[in-house]
Design a protein around this ligand. Structure first.
Ligand code: NAD
Length: 380
C-alpha cells in the first residue's frame, strides 16, 4: 500500500498538488492519501471535499511526512519537510531544478528521490503530465485579462453614435503554449492581434488563430527549432534584426504580452528601455518571463512600474496561481497521471521502471546523488 502525503504550500503559492478528483483516483489505485488540514483551501478544496473522496485529513506535516512513500507538492518543499521525510521517499513537484543549485544538492543529500515535473519530455505519451503546458495555458489567458483591466481603453472596436472606439492593438511575443492562449483570448475580446516567435512552426499557428505573424524570416529562423520543439538561442546578428523589427512595431501597440523562454537559460531580452521610451503613453506590457529575468529590460519581478512616458510594465510571478482553482485541478491531474506510472496494477505497491523515458527524464536525484544529465553536465 502506497502512502501519499500532501502538505500546504508556502504563503506565496495558492495552488495545491491534489484535487478531490485525483484523491479519488489515488484511493481507487489502492493508495492512502494523507492531506494536512487546510492544504487545499486557497484552491477552494475543503478538507471535507477531500475526505468525501477517501483522503485522510491530518493536523500537521509531522503526521504525514514520516510515513509517506510519496510527497506531492507544487513548489520545492522546505528543508524541514525533507528532513521529516523517510530516506528514499519520493518527492514530485515543480522543483525548479536550475534555481538555487546549492539547495538542490542539500536536498538530494537527504537521499530523497526527486522528480522535477518541469523536465517532463514533450512527447505525446507525456502530454497528460505536462505541467508547463497546463499552467502556461492559464497564465496566457490571465495575462490578457489582467492587461485588459490595466489598459485605459477597451479591447474590441465599438461603433457608437458618439463615435468609434478603436480596437486595441495587442502584440504577443513568444508563441508557445502561453502565447497561443494569449492570442486566442485577445482575439475573443476583439483586439487586433499580432505575434512573433523565432520558431517557424508558429507562423501557421498564429495565422490559424486570426492573428498576424511578424518575424525576421531568414535562414537562421528556418533552423530555430530544436528536435524537442523548443527555441534555440539566436545569434547576435539575428537578435539585432529582430530588435529593429520589434522596435518599429512596438511604437503602435497598446498591449504587449511577452512569453519568450529558452529552456535552462535566462529569458531572451526582447524589449529594451529605448523601445519602451518610444511606446505610446497608456500602453501596457505584461512580462510573463519576469521570473526568469524578463523579456523587457525594465521589468521588475512581482511589481508594476509606470515609466516616465506613461507605459505600465507588469512583471507577474505565478500568474497561473491567480487562477488557483483551475491551475490546481490541472496540475493535480498532471501529477496523478505521472504517479500512476509508479504504482503496480497487480499488488498496488511502488514499482518504478527506472528505464522509462518519463521517469529518467524527470528524475533529478536518487540515493543522495544528483543524476539528471542536464544538472551533472552543468557542474562538470
Ligand atoms: P517556452 O515556454 O519554452 O517558450 C515560449 C516561446 O518563446 C516559444 O514558442 C519560443 O519559441 C519563444 N521564444 C524563444 N526565444 C524567442 C525570441 N528570441 N523571440 C521570440 N520568441 C522566442 O515554450 P512552450 O510554451 O513550452 O512551448 C515550446 C514548444 O513545445 C511548442 O512548440 C509547443 O507547442 C511544444 N509543446 C509540445 C508538447 C507535446 O508534444 N507534448 C507539449 C507542450 C508544448
Amino acid at each position: 500500500m502506497v502512502t501519499i502525503a500532501v502538505t500546504p504550500e508556502a504563503s506565496n503559492e495558492p495552488r495545491v498538488a491534489v484535487s478531490p478528483d485525483t484523491v479519488k483516483k489515488f484511493v481507487a489505485a489502492g493508495c492512502t492519501v494523507a492531506i494536512v488540514s487546510g492544504a487545499g483551501l486557497r484552491s477552494s478544496f475543503s478538507d471535507d471535499a477531500y475526505k468525501a473522496q477517501g483522503a485522510e485529513i491530518v493536523s500537521s506535516p509531522n503526521d504525514a511526512l514520516p510515513r509517506a512513500d510519496i510527497l506531492l507538492k507544487v513548489r520545492r518543499p522546505s528543508p524541514e519537510e525533507f528532513n521529516t521525510l523517510k530516506p528514499g521517499a519520493i518527492v514530485v513537484a515543480m522543483l525548479d531544478p536550475y534555481g538555487q543549485r546549492t539547495e538542490i544538492e542539500t536536498l538530494a543529500a537527504t537521499k530523497a528521490t526527486l522528480f522535477a515535473m518541469e523536465l517532463m519530455p514533450r512527447t505525446t505519451r507525456a502530454q497528460a503530465m505536462d505541467v508547463l503546458s497546463s499552467q502556461a495555458n492559464l497564465a496566457g489567458y490571465k495575462a490578457v485579462v489582467d492587461a485588459a483591466s490595466k489598459f485605459g481603453g477597451a479591447l474590441p472596436m465599438m461603433m457608437t453614435p458618439a463615435g468609434t472606439v478603436p480596437a486595441a492593438k495587442t502584440f504577443i511575443m513568444g508563441v508557445g503554449v502561453a502565447g497561443l492562449q494569449a492570442i486566442a483570448t485577445a482575439r475573443r475580446l476583439g483586439a487586433i492581434v499580432t505575434a512573433t516567435d523565432v520558431r517557424p512552426a508558429t507562423k501557421e499557428q498564429v495565422q490559424s488563430l486570426g492573428a498576424k505573424f511578424i518575424a525576421v524570416e531568414d535562414e537562421e529562423f528556418l533552423q530555430a527549432q530544436t528536435a524537442g520543439g523548443y527555441a534555440k538561442q539566436m545569434s547576435a546578428a539575428y537578435q539585432a534584426k529582430q530588435a529593429e523589427l520589434v522596435a518599429n512595431h512596438l511604437k503602435t501597440q497598446d498591449i504587449v504580452i511577452t512569453t519568450a523562454l529558452i529552456p535552462g537559460r535566462p529569458a531572451p531580452r526582447l524589449i529594451t528601455s529605448d523601445m519602451v521610451a518610444s511606446m505610446k503613453p497608456g500602453a501596457v506590457i505584461i512580462d510573463l518571463a519576469a521570473e526568469r529575468g524578463g523579456n523587457c529590460e525594465l521589468t521588475k519581478p512581482g511589481e508594476t512600474i509606470t515609466t516616465a512616458n506613461g507605459v505600465k510594465i507588469i512583471g507577474p510571478i505565478n500568474l497561473a496561481g491567480t487562477v488557483p482553482v483551475n491551475a490546481s485541478n490541472l496540475y493535480a491531474r498532471n501529477l496523478a497521471a505521472f504517479v500512476d506510472l509508479m504504482i503496480s496494477k497487480e499488488d498496488k505497491s511502488l514499482a518504478i521502471d527506472w528505464d522509462d523515458e518519463l521517469i529518467k527524464g524527470t528524475l533529478i536525484a536518487k540515493d543522495g546523488e544528483i543524476v539528471h544529465p542536464s544538472l551533472t553536465e552543468k557542474t562538470a
